[in-house]
Design a protein around this ligand. Structure first.
Ligand code: FAD
Length: 483
């Protein structure tokens, strides 16, 4: 990749303009002027520390008007920008590639309104997901999205990536739950589509374009979202299984027997659980080692009834020999600690070195086969072995079983081009053969930009390019990324 010379470079005059507009405390500047040398590094590198940009200016507007003025100015000066929320994205989309200006949403963090009758929350893009959920909890409602990065990611970032998370199985995708969006186009136009209506068939549903657009056509400044009542009872079970065949049987049984109260069905392989154990030092919830583990959660309105259903499900699958051993959370502490065995995997991997991450959708019957095939391939090529001289530490699989969404993660001591070449594009060809998706929920960002053709045909890519140039004719929004 080369810096596109059509983009302007940030000057001291630009910095003065932005500081006058936003206030000095809303700009982090490095190297353009002599008056400030705040720490700009965290905005330049991603959560995995895999991608590193070279921005010299970070702007933190406080409201939509300010975003509009910033973008209009950048568009006129052809200054490239990167929208950034909590910077927890896993495909390098939220950091600059070269010297693009970072527009960070952390100061746009107000809840605008909540209507308990309809359950519709309207909030600024920079509200942290967990903060939104806590606000809703106090009002007996729930944010219809939950994921391991909830303490840092912003709801604008969630919408921009169309994040899926742990309870999509129950509450559905953001394409269904987001009722309205306010966004700013690169020329400064404010797109006010902040509807709170569930039904609104008056022309094209343009807000959908922003959901999953990864900051390439505009900056989302606010969201209205439909939030369900908070379930009165939430229970969770953790269990071990001997084969992936049995995982599938357990999933079918869970759907049949837990039906309307089933809220999550997550898969973790034995290797991923050993990594969590090594990194946390915690004792695993059940004795013995199994190649597969699952977390099953129920959410309903009657604690006793739900617990009885979950207990009878577990008795049933254990009686039938589908599940080898299992445990139910008896209180809130156990509930949290069982979930940590699933939610802690990404973090545990991050302590080991580098991780090649593949977040894919594949038909359920072949979901785990990809992990076995990848491990075999890397072993044959001499990258996997018993001691520290081999570059690969672990090949693990886990994910959202209920959504047919697998996370294949190859943990390496250091990022290694030979290992990368052995996995890519092999992994994308494997997925294409099964009509899967090379990115189920993390998006394309910079990591998968070259591989979109494995999941979208030429016509679709061309239509996307046309939309991009219509919304962003100067190409200033998140350049060098997927489109
Ligand atoms: P950022 O990382 O800051 O940005 C992500 C992308 O969105 C970038 O392209 C950026 O330019 C763009 N963007 C950000 N804000 C805006 C805006 N206001 N307007 C326009 N564009 C914007 N993802 C899942 O889907 N499911 C999971 O279960 C899941 N689990 C995770 C667990 C961990 C531990 C971590 C670290 C990440 C996980 N993710 C998961 C990744 C997920 O994409 C992000 O956590 C989240 O959705 C991104 O939000 P963010 O605010 O951090 O966005």
């Amino acid at each position: 990749l080369k810096r596109d010379p059509k983009f302007g470079e940030v000057t001291a005059d630009d910095v003065t303009y932005f500081k006058d507009l936003l206030g000095a405390q809303s700009a982090v500047v490095d190297g353009v002027t002599t008056d400030a040398a705040d720490d700009i590094e965290p905005f330049n590198s991603d959560w995995m520390r895999k991608y590193r940009g070279h921005t010299r200016l970070v702007l933190k507007p406080q409201n939509t008007e300010e975003v509009s003025k910033v973008l209009r100015y950048c568009n006129e000066r052809k200054l490239a920008v990167v929208p950034q929320g909590g910077n927890t994205g896993l495909v390098g989309g939220s950091v600059p590639v070269f010297d693009e200006i970072v527009i960070n949403t952390s100061r746009m963090n107000q809840i605008r309104s909540f209507d308990s009758a309809s359950g519709v929350l309207v909030a600024d893009a920079g509200v942290i997901l967990e903060v939104a959920d806590q606000y809703l909890a106090e009002r007996d409602h729930l944010f219809p999205l939950d994921l391991g990065a909830k303490g840092s990611c912003h709801i604008g970032g969630n919408v921009a990536t169309n994040a899926g998370g742990l309870r999509l199985l129950r509450y559905g995708s953001l394409h269904g739950n987001v009722l309205g969006i306010e966004a700013v186009l690169p020329d400064g136009t404010i797109v006010d589509s902040l509807s709170t209506l569930r039904k609104n068939n008056t022309g094209y549903d343009l807000k959908q374009l922003f959901i999953g657009s990864e900051g390439t056509i505009g900056l989302v400044t606010a969201v209205s979202i439909l939030c369900p009542p908070r379930p009165k009872a939430v229970n969770v079970a953790y269990f071990g299984l001997e084969s992936f065949e049995q995982v599938q049987q357990a999933y079918l049984a869970a759907k049949g027997q837990l039906s309307e109260i089933l809220s999550a069905f997550e898969l973790m392989d034995g290797r991923s659980q050993r990594l969590v154990q090594e990194s946390t030092g915690n004792k695993q919830p059940i004795e013995g080692e199994y190649p597969f583990y699952c977390v099953v959660e129920t959410s309903g309105s009657n604690a006793e009834h739900d617990m009885a259903k979950l207990e009878s499900f577990l008795e049933n699958v254990m009686g039938e020999g589908i599940v080898a051993d299992g445990v139910l959370a008896q209180d809130e502490t156990q509930f949290q600690s069982l979930w940590r065995w699933r939610e802690g995997i990404t973090e545990s991997l991050s302590h080991l070195g580098g991780t090649y991450k593949y977040d894919v959708s594949i038909p359920l019957s072949e979901l785990y086969q990809l992990v076995d095939d990848c491990r075999e391939r890397l072993t044959q090529k001499g990258f996997v072995g018993d001691d520290d001289s081999f570059p690969v530490r672990a090949v693990v699989g886990y994910g959202h079983m209920g959504d047919s969404n697998l996370h294949l993660n190859v943990s390496v001591r250091q990022y290694n081009k030979d290992v990368e070449k052995a996995i890519e594009p092999w992994v994308y060809e494997w997925i294409q053969k099964r009509q899967g998706s090379i990115s189920a929920e993390h998006g394309l960002g910079v990591a998968k930009r070259e591989f979109i053709g494995y999941s979208q045909n030429d016509t679709m890519v061309k239509l996307m390019q046309q939309l991009k140039s219509f919304y962003d004719p100067n190409g200033i929004m998140n350049p060098y990324k997927y489109i």
